[in-house]
Ligand binder design. Structure first.
Ligand code: AMP
Length: 393
């Protein structure tokens, strides 16, 4: 059965078509700079790669071009071959703790939760509407970034603010990257053939979050009401004292919008280093003894280690720590520094294995109290799996 996984962003769209349940990727497409100058798309299939620079005005054009490519490249005979489409939806509020088949009520909810994710939910919804227009008989599934975290207790998700903010306005920790954390949790259970595991998953990419998982259920996560909080990220500040916002507004005359933009786009590793949000450039800077790159790395590592230590306590001793996403899968240096700073937990790194990149590997020695793994994340596959399971049910 052919299942399409779709991730619609504000100026990009990512598609992946699977043969399920074999989990075989038939084709993957990325459309970038939608609605901007120099838009282009790239497609990978059967070891072939195509890149075309062509103007597409909007998301609907991008979808139409991709579907046409599927037929032109003979990946499918007709659009009816696509039996289901899984849509990545950033915010499902506190209503959705699992993926669901999309109906009118789900559409209204995604729209309602746009107030909580104004940059993401509207464009996710646009993706659904375009597919419903082009493929009116298709079955669509919503896979929420927040869903996996809905098992947290109130003591984890309620902030220490007036309780009415939660009751009246939905102010609480929601958590994000849930599809990735869930994938990693399920994958380690498959690898070890066990379900009763206490796992800390570290999704360390441009955005980054850490989750504590017990018996397959999320009990704590570092992102909060929005993806701005938690550990230091590429351009996002992570946790800060909220009083800084008022202070900087007074000192600089910036508006709240400008300061929030600084916290989202000019902070984190980029803000500290003054050079880049990209870990590869930070690594270069460190080699060249750039003080601020060294500091950015130290802060990044310390925040990760702090969350892991805290979650290790909540889990009453973790069995497994997983490193994933762009930095977690590739950066030997970040992993090494994090593991070394956690030696008091009995973590013993295997330096040779830690040189691995982007492949499933244990990176601690056999006498390490907690086993650390690299596991490449696969959110697209997770979306396709959930879509297939719901459609097959
Ligand atoms: P993601 O958001 O998961 O795509 O991760 C993107 C980030 O991963 C980039 O900004 C880089 O900082 C980091 N990254 C990607 N490839 C590498 C690599 N080979 N070595 C170190 N960091 C990497």
């Amino acid at each position: 059965m052919k299942i399409l996984s779709l991730n619609a962003g504000s100026s990009s769209m990512k598609f992946q078509l699977y043969e399920m349940p074999e989990e075989k990727v038939l084709i993957a497409g990325v459309f970038e700079r939608i609605g901007l100058n120099n838009s282009f798309y790239s497609i990978k299939y059967n070891n072939n790669k195509i890149k075309k620079e062509i103007q597409f005005k909007n998301h609907e054009e991008a979808v139409s071009i991709f579907l046409k490519e599927l037929i032109d490249l003979k990946i499918i005979d007709s659009l009816e071959d696509i039996k289901g489409i899984g849509h990545r939806i950033v915010h499902g509020g506190d209503k959705y703790c699992d993926s669901v088949i999309i109906n009118e009520e789900v559409i209204q909810d995604v729209e309602k939760f746009s107030t909580l994710a104004p940059l993401h939910n509207p464009v996710n919804l646009l993706g659904i509407n375009i597919i419903k227009k082009i493929l009116p008989d298709s079955k669509n599934v919503a896979v929420f970034d927040t869903a996996f975290h809905q098992t947290m207790d109130k003591e984890s998700f309620i902030y220490s603010v007036p309780y009415e903010w939660y009751k009246e306005y939905g102010v609480r920790r929601y958590g994000f990257h849930g599809t990735s954390h869930k994938y990693l949790s399920e994958r380690i259970c498959e690898i070890l053939g066990r379900k009763d595991l206490k796992v800390i998953t570290c999704h360390l990419g441009g955005g980054a979050s850490i989750t504590a998982i017990k018996d397959g259920k999320c009990i704590e996560t570092s992102m909060g009401f929005t993806p701005l909080s938690g550990i230091t990220m590429g351009t996002r500040s992570g946790d800060i004292d909220p009083s800084i916002i008022e202070y900087i507004m007074q000192k600089t005359g910036k508006s709240i919008k400008e300061v929030m933009n600084d916290l989202n786009k000019k902070s984190g590793v980029l803000g500290i280093s003054g050079i880049s949000s990209d870990d590869r450039e930070i690594e270069e800077g460190i080699k060249n003894n750039d003080e601020r790159c060294i500091l950015a790395r130290k802060i990044f590592v310390r925040r990760i280690a702090a969350f892991i230590s805290q979650y290790n306590t909540f889990l009453n001793g973790a069995d497994i720590i997983i490193f994933s996403a762009g930095i977690g899968e590739n950066s030997e240096g970040v992993r090494k520094e994090v593991m070394n700073s956690l030696s008091s937990l009995g973590i013993i790194i295997d330096d040779e294995k830690n040189k691995s990149r982007g492949v499933e590997t244990v990176i601690t020695s056999s006498d390490s109290k907690i086993s650390c793994y690299i596991i490449p994340t696969d959110e697209e596959l997770m979306i396709a799996k959930e879509t297939y399971e719901l459609i097959e049910r």
